[in-house]
Design a binder for this molecule. Structure first.
Ligand SMILES: Cc1cc2nc3c(=O)[nH]c(=O)nc-3n(C[C@H](O)[C@H](O)[C@H](O)COP(=O)(O)OP(=O)(O)OC[C@H]3O[C@@H](n4cnc5c(N)ncnc54)[C@H](O)[C@@H]3O)c2cc1C
Length: 325
């Protein structure tokens, strides 16, 4: 039985949480088919992951080494995966449902001239293999059939449990030498800038979001003040980033950040589906909008129908009054 292979995503030797999810999906698939669960680590800085991978049920770790693998690079990593498929003949290759997992497997699929299915939440072996995958930014689940000599799949983020198997074992390691063309290292991470302080949009307990209704870059100042009073951060819609009012790192949505705060205060945002998929896991949503029929108002737990330029300063003033500041 051909093995099931997991491409382990790591950053300079630190395994990312999504790798655990891909490993769980692969372990279930291997368990159903009786295949061996094997893992591929890319770059010498990931060699130390073998013991952790054994805890996920991996029995063989293929450690790819090459001078071109100095740090993460999608072209080089994709070529390594393609080399591993040619050498190891797995029945399926699973990778993380992250930007990196998707791009690495897409590169590999292009090398191998194979189809690839992204964002799977369920995988059932067979002829054809059937999968459930997340589409349209999470608003649609699709059942798909895959006919291919090797199944290339990424697992949807949070689609599988990411915990170890609970049966500690050992994994044997073997070196994989892909002999990469040095030109493949054309885009490689060269530098990292550490966030020195503050909370991120993805982890903030409170997000004060602004949309087209805010009106300008300068008009975000009251939203900044309210976010600061609430210990949160400012987010925005794509119209705002398209207009150059704020940077893309503040954008909430399908092509921005998925947020999950305790409170999302959505001001002057209509609630288009592409925005909603990034905000829908907020525990409480409060909409501030002139339009009582706006989608965001319909979806919010609470809504203030009014002009955000009056409502937001009024909320801040009340908080300051209660704090005595
Ligand atoms: C492929 C694709 C990906 C996309 N990805 C994203 C994404 O990641 N994130 C995202 O946000 N969008 C995304 N979009 C864009 C999305 O479709 C919407 O166009 C966008 O979210 C609308 O932004 P908005 O709500 O700020 O603007 P609008 O839809 O114009 O809504 C403005 C709202 O402000 C209200 N308003 C106006 N003035 C005031 C006021 N003074 N006080 C209170 N309320 C007021 C209006 O009633 C209205 O409801 C994407 C689109 C596509 C095609």
């Amino acid at each position: 039985m051909n093995p099931v292979l997991v491409v382990v995503e790591h950053d300079r030797g630190v395994m990312v949480a999504a790798s655990g999810e891909a490993l769980t999906a692969a372990r279930e698939l291997a368990g159903t088919t009786g295949a061996s669960l094997e893992a591929l680590t890319i770059g010498a800085d990931a060699d130390g992951l073998a013991a952790d991978l054994a805890g996920f049920g991996v029995r063989v770790v293929h450690q790819a080494h090459d001078p071109a693998l100095t740090d993460y690079g999608p072209e080089a990593w994709g070529a390594v995966v393609a080399h591993a498929v040619a050498e190891l003949a797995p029945s399926a290759v699973l990778a993380t449902g992250t930007d990196r997992g998707h791009e690495v497997l897409a590169h590999a699929a292009a090398h191998l001239d194979l189809p690839m299915i992204a964002n799977c939440t369920a995988v059932t072996p067979g002829e054809p293999m059937t999968v459930t995958r997340v589409r349209w930014g999470g608003s649609l689940l699709e059942e798909a059939a895959l006919t291919a000599p090797v199944a290339l799949l990424t697992t949807a983020l949070h689609g599988f449990d990411g915990e170890p198997a609970g049966e500690p074992g050992t994994a044997t390691t073997r070196e994989l030498l892909p002999d990469l063309d040095p030109a493949l290292a054309r885009s490689v991470v060269r530098e990292r800038v550490e966030r020195t302080a503050g909370i991120t949009l993805a982890t903030a307990p409170v997000v004060v979001g602004g949309g087209r209704g805010v009106g300008s870059a300068e008009a975000f100042a009251p939203l900044e003040e309210l976010a600061s009073l609430l210990g949160g951060v400012v987010g925005c819609s794509r119209v705002v980033t398209n207009n150059g009012w704020r940077q893309h790192r503040d954008q909430v949505g399908q092509t921005g950040t998925r947020i999950a705060p305790t409170v999302y205060l959505a001001c002057g945002i209509s609630g288009a589906i592409q925005h909603w998929v990034g905000a829908m896991t907020a525990k409480n949503i409060i909409a501030v909008n002139l339009d009582p029929d706006a989608n965001m108002v319909a979806k919010a737990g609470y809504a203030v129908i009014g002009d955000l330029h009056e409502v937001i300063p009024a909320i801040s003033a009340e908080i300051r009054r209660r704090k005595g500041t």
